[in-house]
Design a protein around this ligand. Structure first.
Ligand SMILES: Nc1ncnc2c1ncn2[C@@H]1O[C@H](COP(=O)(O)OP(=O)(O)OP(=O)(O)O)[C@@H](O)[C@H]1O
Ligand code: SF4
Ligand SMILES: [Mg+2]
Length: 313
């Protein structure tokens, strides 16, 4: 069975300007030991999708569909049951450790919390476990570092502490949102290597949200491309780079420095006022009449390679 399966997931926010459709009928799955990369332009809904799985969105949110975690629909669970899931079953490594760590607690106290809460460790033994974890993420002088507050660490060290926190209970699933953003290139490579090593060792599955296709190529088995709240392409990583099918994916890849830096036309539409047909229609170099007022469905263009585009119908 899949670790995670999203079925027709819709996430909307009610705002004074109208309804923001941040995720629209998303269907995705992640198998055991598998890493799924989620990529797409800023504002397309990646972080919202990640947070919706953990049910961490604010009150103005409506979520519809199913979020099956090991077969259980998380949308049907109570808050107490969700608290058990967060950290123990599904861990997170977020974009910015400074905002997702508690500035008032030492990193030792923060990382040891799941051991005390979920695994019944005594505080002192939990701290020993944290020191071991910090050693694994190659934190320099771990027995000293457990006494540090987040702001006392460098960016790279904080990211390592976040990873240790995420992996502390060897959870079956991790949601990592831009885990290497803001780090310099050498540290980035080390952090990627570390995530790879630790997830492989513990058999953890991962949803990896990233802008960085180099990081995705290094860590992912499969890739999903999101555009304006919709998944527009899904493929195995090799197939994805060899044979990108959606005009948006092709434009996205062509805009990368390694592929010619050709900028894409236009901007993504507002999620409050989306085009009626294909959401990429206003920017698409291959647009046809049918695309203007009809929404394309996902089409399988090769084995387990899906593209949402009328070019393949
Ligand atoms: N609580 C909220 N109320 C209204 N709109 C929201 C709320 N939270 C997020 N949004 C909107 O949802 C959309 C998706 O945001 P999200 O943060 O998921 O983008 P993203 O793909 O993660 O972008 P980035 O790559 O910059 O991190 C954005 O338009 C954002 O403004
Ligand atoms: S459906 Fe039409 S507009 Fe949309 S990506 Fe395909 S060709 Fe372009
Ligand atoms: Mg984001």
């Amino acid at each position: 069975m899949e670790i995670l399966k999203l079925i027709d997931l819709k996430v909307r926010f009610s705002t004074e300007y109208g309804i923001v459709r941040a995720a629209d009928t998303v269907n995705l799955e992640i198998g055991k030991n598998e890493t799924l990369g989620l990529i797409g332009e800023t504002g397309c809904g990646k972080t919202v999708l990640g947070l919706s799985i953990l049910r961490l969105l604010p009150e103005n949110t409506t979520v519809e569909g199913k979020i099956l975690y090991q077969g259980v629909d998380l949308l049907t669970l109570g808050e107490d049951e969700m608290r058990q899931i967060r950290g123990k079953e599904i861990a997170t490594i977020f974009q910015n450790p400074l905002t997702s760590m508690n500035p008032a607690l030492t990193i030792g106290t923060q990382i040891s919390e799941p051991f005390v809460l979920h695994q019944g460790f005594k505080k002192k033994d939990a701290m020993q476990k944290v020191i071991e974890m910090l050693k694994q993420v190659r934190m320099p002088s771990p027995s000293e570092r457990v006494k540090s507050y987040p702001h006392e660490l460098s960016g790279g060290m904080r990211q390592r502490a976040m990873i240790a926190m995420g992996l502390a209970c060897t959870p079956p699933l991790i949601i990592a949102d831009e885990p290497t953003k803001g780090l310099d290139v050498t540290i980035q490579a080390q952090v990627v290597e570390l995530i790879k090593e630790l997830t492989t060792k513990s058999g953890t599955s991962m949803l990896l949200i990233t802008h960085d296709l180099g990081v995705a190529a290094e860590l992912c088995d499969n890739i999903a491309v999101m555009y304006s709240g919709e998944i527009v392409e899904y493929a195995n990583i090799k197939e994805f780079f060899k044979n990108p099918g959606h005009p948006y994916t092709q434009g996205f890849l062509d805009s990368l420095p390694s592929r010619g830096l050709k900028p894409m036309n236009g901007m993504s539409p507002s999620l409050i006022d989306l085009p009626e047909g294909c959401k990429f229609y206003p920017r698409c170099p291959s647009a046809m009449d049918i695309c203007k007022s009809n929404r394309p469905e996902m089409v399988e263009i090769a084995k387990r390679h899906l593209v949402r585009c009328f070019l393949y119908v």
